[in-house]
Design a protein around this ligand. Structure first.
Ligand code: SPQ
Length: 431
């Protein structure tokens, strides 16, 4: 467990960076590459711990994967080529790996066991194992398959139409991936559209996917063909520097090649509504995913209300939005965000506990947070804690930049899950 001294009271942030590759897209590129026929190449892959867990799982399933920095080659095995592993598959801290692997393994006639860390052991897996079982999957595990460790004996699957109670890309993707191996047409309907990288990327791998508003349909038995994937910069990582540029004094930050998939750009809508000076240039589409460059400058922010169908479009950005709200004039209300309770930590609680240590006026509610701004953040030798959650750790490191005093971050290593170069980038911009 590492403790890190944080840079506080910054005079300004200027310069240009390229944030690492998108985590959601990097996972899917490896998974679909493994299931495709032929060699898939992945450029600007996120070599964070979560995506490395996905690579390690597929290597154990007999897929040859080579990585050099952010370039990866996957020798695809086809939909029926995965081999039974000798050991257990370790998903580390990654919910995406766990849930999408369950969808894949449900239809493969081998036995596998998935385990992860203490945080993964608390995350609900019934939301995936229950619908997969209704397709015929044989899955068991702790508390009747609600939690890891989970074991899967894959086999024949039948199609279903699943109405998911939550807008979750992981639930949707697990069912689509099982549906690719099932007989007939599998459908998933969700209450609001969640991120659609699976749908976009499966099409790039040659599959036919039908999308009708919030329902996605897939015909079983389709073959995937290897392709070249360019992974855009992760907007969820960019969000930390977008916020930093808006709240730090004398700042102007340029973020190059950031993914601008509309199912992920809620943070941009929120920053604009709060009054941030933010511009998008060089917009284009690469591999079916929109990307562009973002410039943000020091801004006067105001509090806003955030809820409804905006929530799935910014769910991972709520910790950093909460920090923005402490620096905005007036009240910010975040509602309809119960899903925050089942992330790497209960992010409603961890955000409130940690920002309160710095003097923020923040109240938890059953489905979100109410933040009254603007507060001057102060730290008298405070030790803040990531609680082992990468997004809480990065939010606190950005908070430090606008905090006066002396501040240390406990469990800072959690940041390696999604942004190994995070502190280098803070350094580059603060020169
Ligand atoms: O992979 P994991 O651990 O679930 O990661 C998180 C994150 O903050 O990085 C959530 F804690 O992102 C999820 C995201 O919240 C990644 C994801 C995906 O790639 O499909 C979808 C979202 O989760 P969900 O449950 O809403 O589908």
């Amino acid at each position: 467990m590492s403790e890190r001294q944080l840079q506080t009271n910054i005079k300004g942030l200027t310069g240009e960076i390229e944030v690492p590759g998108d985590k959601s897209i990097s996972h899917r590129a490896v998974m679909f590459g493994a299931l495709a026929e032929g060699k898939t190449t992945i450029h600007h892959f996120l070599a964070g711990e979560d995506c490395l867990s996905t690579i390690a799982c597929f290597q154990q399933l007999g897929v040859a994967i080579r990585r050099e920095g952010d370039y990866v080659e996957v020798d695809g095995k086809g939909l029926h080529g995965l081999k039974e592993p000798i050991g257990v598959l370790d998903v580390g801290n990654s919910g995406t790996t766990t849930r999408l692997m369950l969808g894949i393994l449900a239809g493969v006639p081998i036995h596998t066991t998935l385990i992860g860390d203490d945080s993964i052991a608390k995350r609900p897996m019934g939301r995936v194992t229950v619908p997969l079982r209704s397709m015929g999957a044989k899955i068991d595990g702790r508390e009747h398959g609600q939690f890891t460790p989970l074991s899967v004996r894959g086999g024949e699957l039948k199609s279903i139409h699943y109405h998911s109670p939550v807008a979750s890309a992981q639930v949707k993707s697990a069912i689509i991936l099982a549906g690719l191996q099932a007989q007939g047409i599998t459908k998933v309907t969700e209450p609001f559209t969640s991120r659609d990288h699976t749908e976009r990327m499966l099409q790039a791998f040659g599959a036919t996917i039908d999308i009708d508003q919030t329902t996605v349909s897939v015909q079983g038995g389709q073959r995937l063909k290897a392709t070249a994937v360019y992974v855009p910069g992760d907007i969820s990582s960019a969000a930390f520097f977008l916020a930093a540029g808006a709240i730090a004094p004398n700042s102007c930050i340029v973020l190059k090649n950031v993914g601008l998939n509309p199912t992920r750009t809620g943070i941009i809508d929120v920053l604009k509504q709060m009054g941030a000076q933010l511009t998008i240039t060089n917009e284009r589409v690469q591999n079916g995913e929109p990307i562009g460059d973002l410039t943000v400058e020091t801004s006067e922010l105001k509090g806003i209300e955030i809820g409804g169908d905006l929530i799935p479009r910014l769910i991972d950005e709520i910790p950093i939005i909460s920090l923005l709200a402490t620096q905005a004039h007036g009240k910010t209300v975040i509602k309809d965000a119960e899903e925050l309770k089942v992330k790497e930590t209960n992010r409603i609680d961890t955000v409130a506990i940690e920002l309160t240590k710095l003097g923020a006026d923040i109240t938890t509610t059953a489905d979100g947070l109410i933040i009254q701004g603007r507060t001057s953040l102060v730290s008298e030798h405070v030790q803040v804690d990531s609680h082992g959650d990468h997004r809480i750790g990065m939010m606190l490191a950005i908070a430090a930049l606008v905090t006066s005093g002396d501040m240390k971050l406990k469990r800072s290593e959690a940041i390696h899950v999604s942004y190994p170069q995070f502190f280098e980038h803070v350094e580059v911009l603060s020169q």
